[in-house]
Design a protein around this ligand. Structure first.
Ligand SMILES: [Zn+2]
Length: 208
């Protein structure tokens, strides 16, 4: 598979809190780092996202009476999963994994920084209409195919890939450069959605 100068690698949330020992660890989350670093060498355009919450964020279970992590609540914009507190702005948990080659990135997009709304997607917050600005960046720079890697496959990777596809981009999820949380079959749901929307699923070796 040939990568052009108009393609972009979108690396989702490779942060300490999503890796082993972190507050919301994705199983083997840190194992995406060597793959992401290798693939990134092939791209002229690399964008990183960083989950970046205030400590009173609405998605944090401890901010709700009698709620446990992974339960849900209903908000104006729909059902929201409650998570352990994670990726608090300025905390070490919110930092990128120390082995991630951040210097390769042309852009870092922070998301989830508004107290009352979560943002799984790198393009739109969870109300599905508040833009993060990334879509404008991709369009203005006339980028073509979005290759998505990172954490977690079944949440932020999935929603980012879906939004990019719905916005008209070609999208490929680099499956073995992602890891999932797999809450109630959410990895299988993500794969079904990729197939329905015409999102390719590729292996990172195919890009080397
Ligand atoms: Zn978050």
């Amino acid at each position: 598979m040939k990568i052009s100068d108009r393609d972009v690698l979108l690396v989702i949330d490779v942060q300490n809190d999503f890796c082993t020992g972190g507050a919301l660890a994705v199983p083997d989350g840190e194992k995406v780092v060597p793959a992401v670093n290798r693939i990134a060498q092939k791209f002229a355009n690399v964008v990183l996202t960083q989950d970046w919450h205030p400590d009173d964020h609405v998605s944090f279970a401890p901010n709700h009476a009698r709620k446990q992590p992974f339960q849900t609540i209903e908000l104006d914009y729909g059902t929201q999963v409650l998570w352990p507190s994670h990726c608090v702005q300025g905390s070490s948990g919110a930092e990128f994994h120390r082995d991630l080659e951040v210097a390769r990135a042309n852009l870092v997009v922070r998301k989830g920084f508004r107290r009352g709304i979560d943002s799984y997607s790198a393009l739109f917050e969870n109300d599905r209409k508040t833009p993060t600005g990334l879509l404008g960046y991709l369009r203005e720079r006339e980028l073509k195919t979005i290759f998505v890697a990172g954490l977690a496959l079944d949440f932020c990777v999935r929603f980012s890939a879906e939004d990019a596809r719905k916005a008209g981009f070609e999208v490929a999820v680099i499956e073995d450069a992602c890891r999932g949380i797999d809450l109630d079959g959410s990895c299988a749901t993500a794969h079904r959605s990729f197939a329905e929307l015409g999102i390719s699923v590729v292996s990172f070796e195919a890009l080397l």
